[in-house]
Design a binder for this molecule. Structure first.
Ligand code: DHB
Ligand code: MG
Length: 221
């Protein structure tokens, strides 16, 4: 099935995802430097993130897990020129690559990349830090429950939280799989269930060039 899913993504993208030199250059630079490309979102997924931002006229975005900054650039492109993104990356090598791709893109929006463990960086933000309108959680899956809670500290009523990779090819249903990453995702579902600060939450399975995975989406009450 994987080949067909990838072919259909290519078909969709040929119609609906305009060729964009900045995004193409970002993927090429990532590949040229020997980094895996499967960690980045697919183009049609980047477009979905962009549309969620556009629908809600978001101006301030938080991203946990920059990697090559491919998703960061999709998020930034959706913002007005005075928009702001704080993106946090835990690995030095990924952060250096992400910063290079951000610099090469020369976008007018302000993109601030901080290096370190996302939880530590969020805890160190001033309490009165202006809240984010849109939050994309895509860092280490083990910490998703903690990231979701911390994100809520920097959100407002109506903020949207999207979490990537919440299906993992169905591993979440396999009781034998007790990897910390999979356990983290299961705990995220438990935390989202009836969370007093969330208005509504769902998750969608996706298939495509990135395999069988999915997004969770929540709106802050
Ligand atoms: C992995 C992480 C991601 O965020 C992703 O989208 C795909 C794979 C990983 O760690 O394997
Ligand atoms: Mg991801």
């Amino acid at each position: 099935m994987q080949q067909q899913w990838s072919d259909i993504d290519t078909y969709i993208e040929s119609y609906l995802t305009p060729v964009d030199p900045i995004l193409t250059q970002t993927l090429k630079n990532t590949d040229d430097k020997g980094f895996p490309d499967h960690l980045a979102v697919a183009p049609n997924q980047g477009m979905l993130l962009q549309m969620l931002i556009q629908m809600n006229k978001c101006k301030r975005v938080l991203e946990l897990g920059t990697f090559a900054a491919y998703s960061t650039l999709w998020l930034a492109r959706a913002l007005p020129e005075d928009g702001y993104i704080l993106t946090i990356e835990g690995r030095d090598t990924h952060a250096a690559l992400g910063q290079e791709n951000i610099d090469n893109a020369k976008l007018p929006q302000t993109i601030e990349l901080k290096v370190g463990r996302a939880a530590d960086i969020l805890k160190a933000l001033p309490e009165d830090f202006e809240p984010f309108d849109f939050i994309f959680i895509d860092a280490d899956k083990q910490s998703y429950p903690e990231y979701l809670e911390l994100s809520l500290n920097f959100s407002h009523s109506g903020s949207i939280i999207v979490l990537d990779n919440v299906i993992r090819g169905g591993d979440i249903l396999d009781p034998k799989n007790q990897k910390p990453s999979i356990e983290g995702i299961r705990k995220m579902y438990q935390l989202m269930q009836n969370h007093p600060r969330l208005l509504s939450s769902t998750a969608l399975q996706t298939v495509g060039s990135k395999g069988h995975d999915g997004f969770a989406i929540a709106i802050v009450k």
